[in-house]
Write a protein that binds this ligand. Structure first.
Ligand code: SF4
Length: 97
C-alpha cells in the first residue's frame, strides 16, 4: 500500500508548455546510472516515450531545495519514493546539490 511508505512531503507535479533544460549535473547522474546515453537521450526503464515526453515538461516546487526542480531530476533524487497520481512522495531528507 502506497500510504504505508514513509514520506514527509507530497509534492504536486506541475506542467508547463515546452521542454525544459535538464541541468548538466543531473545529466551526469543520469549517464552514470545508465539512464541517458552519450547523445543525451533518456532511457528510463518502464517509461514509455509518451510518458517521457510529458515528464520533460514537468517540474516540482521542491520543499528541500526550495526551488523549481525538473521532474526528471526529482525522479532520480534520493528522496524520491514514488509518484502517485499527480504527486511525488518525497522523503524530505536534507540533501546537498
Ligand atoms: S524527491 Fe528530491 S527533488 Fe523531488 S521534491 Fe523531494 S527532495 Fe525535491
Amino acid at each position: 500500500m502506497v500510504d504505508e511508505l514513509e514520506h514527509k512531503y507530497e509534492v504536486e507535479v506541475k506542467g508547463r508548455e515546452g521542454r525544459q533544460k535538464i541541468p548538466d549535473n543531473v545529466k551526469d547522474i543520469l549517464k552514470e546510472g545508465g539512464m541517458m546515453d552519450e547523445k543525451g537521450k533518456l532511457k528510463l526503464k518502464g517509461v514509455s516515450p509518451k510518458m517521457l515526453k510529458r515528464m520533460k515538461q514537468e517540474y516540482v516546487e521542491c520543499p528541500v531545495f526550495k526551488e523549481e526542480i525538473h521532474f526528471i531530476q526529482c525522479f532520480v533524487c534520493p528522496n524520491f519514493q514514488s509518484r502517485v497520481m499527480g504527486n511525488v512522495l518525497c522523503k524530505g531528507d536534507t540533501l546537498k546539490d
